[in-house]
Design a protein around this ligand. Sequence first.
Ligand SMILES: Cc1ncc(COP(=O)(O)O)c(C=O)c1O
Length: 560
Amino acid sequence: MALPQRQISSATAGLLRASSNATMRSATASATMLSHRYRQISSAAAGLLRAGCGTSRKLLVPDLRPLSTATSTSESVALVEQASAVCACPDPATCTKCSYTAVDQAHALHPYSSMTNPLPTYPVKSASGVHLHLEDGRSLIDGMSSWWAAVHGYAHPTLDAAVQSQLSQMSHVMFGGLTHRPASELVGRLVDLTPEALTKVFLCDSGSVSVEVAMKMAVQYHYTLGDSRRTKFVSLRNGYHGDTFGAMSVCDPVNGMHSMFSGMLAQQIFVDAPAGPTLGDAEHCARMISNALEQRGEEVAAVILEPIVQGAGGMRFYHPRLLHLLREICDRRGILLIFDEIATGFCRTGTMFALEHNANTFRPWYSNMSEHELETSANLNTEDSQSQDGVVPDILCLGKAITGGYMTLGATVTTDRVAEGISGTGGVFMHGPTFMGNPLACATAVASLNLLTSSPWLDNVLATRAVLIESMAPAAELDSVNEVRVLGAIGVCELNEPVADMSAIQAALVSDGIWLRPFGKLLYTMPTFNCPQLTSEHVRKIGEAICRVAAKEGQNKVRI
Ligand SMILES: Cc1ncc(COP(=O)(O)O)c(C=O)c1O
């Protein structure tokens, strides 16, 4: 039941009234089309009526005829108006039977939330530019860019136009045995944007699915080449790769709650992530991975990791030297290397893809490290710094910002070598989701990539970075705060303790006009950075709100 009955009923009544005039005015063709529309809407409304939404309706429903039985426009109008009158609630906005928020509270399951006692949700009426507009009239500056995806902001005219234009052609057709321009254009754009060796693109539904596809590719590659022992993955602790079972198996075992699903999850090999952003941390981690491979390398299909930034597993940054070292280690052992750039891809960290980072571009800012320490630690081998493409993985996972946050789409990009390995002897790659290559999503992604590549995205990311540093740095002085860190358009304030009361914090932020979603010890923002309406004032307000929450957290702890 997606819409409250009242809304559907009154929409139907309006449509019927309009169509009634149109019919009277003329045109048999438009009357036929409209009458088709009534039938669709009428039966939706009738369905809602049958479902019932309150005691008063239950009493009245038996008297109502289904709208689809109306034989004339005037009869339909009468039935629809009768249906609208059925809900006796004085104020549909607060009616616990038919308001959409009440339906949401009673029946919709939200992410990482109780199924019976969920945290409050804030109803959003629309979104534009940098803002989420709530049903109650408040507008919030969005510091989350819809889980890091809406890099151009909301209701961007170019993206809106791309969706509408594609909609007028087709919204979806299967990709098995068929193809179309939007998918083909997107595949071409991805091949151009990613390192030269990445030539084959599998379009799929979401980030998690793109990780599943990557894992499957890696295992199938070794299997087809005659090595069926290689079914394990090496992954970093604090990593996050999605919520489907394959992806979960390579997420941090504690954050990913492996114990709850232990019977179902594949057992993988975990190594501690680099402790910090220094060269030494990266080299230590590479040694640990090398040691793990020394023990069990022959079972391993691939090493999988998020380059430079570990996102949902802790918002941690690490030195690009690790990527270079892993490339060498994997090559030596015939193991594939998978980069999960679902969060970092499309400019978020200050390069198009995080795999491109080198000594000149890797500029994290830490409240507790001096510029000098960071500069020294950023030095890479000259060879590493000179590599044009950055480190080239065997498989690259993309998602989130690929459509500018407009709709769900993932992509798994791989090399000729992997493709040859899987299909060189005639084998087929065993995956094929229903909505693979969805034309609406692909057309939007092409428009989003064109927007990115034709805009000064690097200047925009650097400007956002500068304001995040300036506005969040004061939080580092608070006793409640362990560290503030910034990389590209990512700002993180790590507290000493997990936030005391998430819903209270969120309510305070919303009254401040800011949308953020802290988790654990982390108050963080990944705002839009390529939105035409974005100003430094918006970013500053987000940074200042984070400082205020951190300060309040400190006071709460003192009071306790
Ligand atoms: C690095 C990374 N990989 C995979 C995923 C899963 O993507 P999705 O939520 O689109 O399935 C996420 C989502 O946050 C992510 O950050």
